[in-house]
Design a protein around this ligand. Structure first.
Ligand code: TA6
Length: 293
């Protein structure tokens, strides 16, 4: 169907009320709701749903370059291109019990993409709703060129939170990270769960497959499981940067946290014919009791 701006969106619906929405523009998940119809992803009230601006929120696909670590535009071009529904999706493994899914594909196409990055590739993205409403994303990048290419990538996931002061992240403590606010120098994280009092923009390295994002106020934990994406970026722009972004409300930094499974420190090189796969699966746990303070 079409959104209010006339952009094509695919809606995934589960009869119990879970749902997700994917914009063909950018191949970007822009909504994921639980069975109470609560929106779990953050999308800015000032998001611009109009090419070539990337939609501010949901889950932008950073490809073939994360951030400005290369010669292409910030976070690469995949999030600014029109994807299509994959006419030849890979067969679903029989054991899968996903309730709904969509397969999108981005292929090298227009000349400006080729100008920026002159390699032939296929990026297949499968978005799924699991049996308990979990959101699954599987990225497959195939080199269909005659020469090798190298890329970095991330699922730039914006989680919706009640208030950033209520948020803790478990799973990244004691790890090394590159601090984007200190010339990407390498530091080691302290030993407790992460809490947030100021701008943060850190690329955690060699992170575990499971990261927990806890919202104490809502007694809701996002459990993020990933595979093939060794790094994880944590970003909150805080007040000053929030004010500097036209497509982000001045106080909206209070209501989001980005946790982004990524392959950054060790860029991925594919030889002709080779394929890379990276996955994230996010579920929610609501509990009357939350461990810790
Ligand atoms: O997620 C980390 C980051 O690289 C930040 O440095 C900030 O630039 C953010 O991405 C948003 O980038 P964007 O190009 O979407 O405004």
């Amino acid at each position: 169907s079409k959104d209010a701006n006339g952009l094509d969106v695919v809606i995934l619906k589960d009869p119990r009320g879970f749902s997700a929405q994917v914009h063909l523009y950018g191949g970007q998940v822009t909504s994921w709701k639980n069975d109470r119809g609560e929106e779990l992803l953050f999308v800015s009230s000032k998001a611009v749903f109009k090419p070539p601006k990337a939609i501010r929120g949901g889950i932008p696909i950073c490809f073939p370059q994360f951030s400005n670590l290369g010669s292409i535009e910030q976070h690469g071009f995949a999030r600014n291109k029109l994807w299509s529904i994959d006419p030849n999706p890979l067969p679903l493994p029989t054991n899968i019990d996903d309730k709904a899914f969509i397969d999108l594909i981005l292929k090298v196409g227009d000349e400006d993409m080729a100008k920026m990055w002159s390699y032939s590739f296929e990026f297949r993205l499968r978005v799924t709703l699991g049996p308990h409403g979990e959101l699954g994303m599987t990225a497959r990048v195939r080199n269909i060129d005659s020469k090798p290419f190298t890329f970095t990538t991330a699922f730039h996931t914006y989680f919706s939170v009640s208030d950033i002061s209520e948020v803790r992240i478990e799973g990244l403590e004691t790890l090394d990270y590159l601090d984007n606010l200190q010339n990407r120098e390498r530091f080691t994280e302290q030993g407790d769960a992460l809490t947030f009092e100021t701008e943060v923009d850190k690329i955690y390295l060699n992170t575990p497959t499971k990261i927990a994002i806890i919202d104490h106020e809502l007694k809701r934990t996002f459990v993020l499981k990933k595979d093939g994406l060794p790094d994880a970026v944590v970003w909150n722009p805080w007040e000053r940067k929030a004010k500097a972004m036209v497509d982000f409300g001045d106080d909206e930094y209070k209501y989001m946290i980005c946790v982004e499974p990524a392959a950054i420190e060790k860029p991925i090189t594919l030889k002709p014919g080779e394929e890379w796969k990276g996955r994230q699966k996010i579920s929610t746990v609501y509990s009357s009791y939350h461990s810790g303070q």
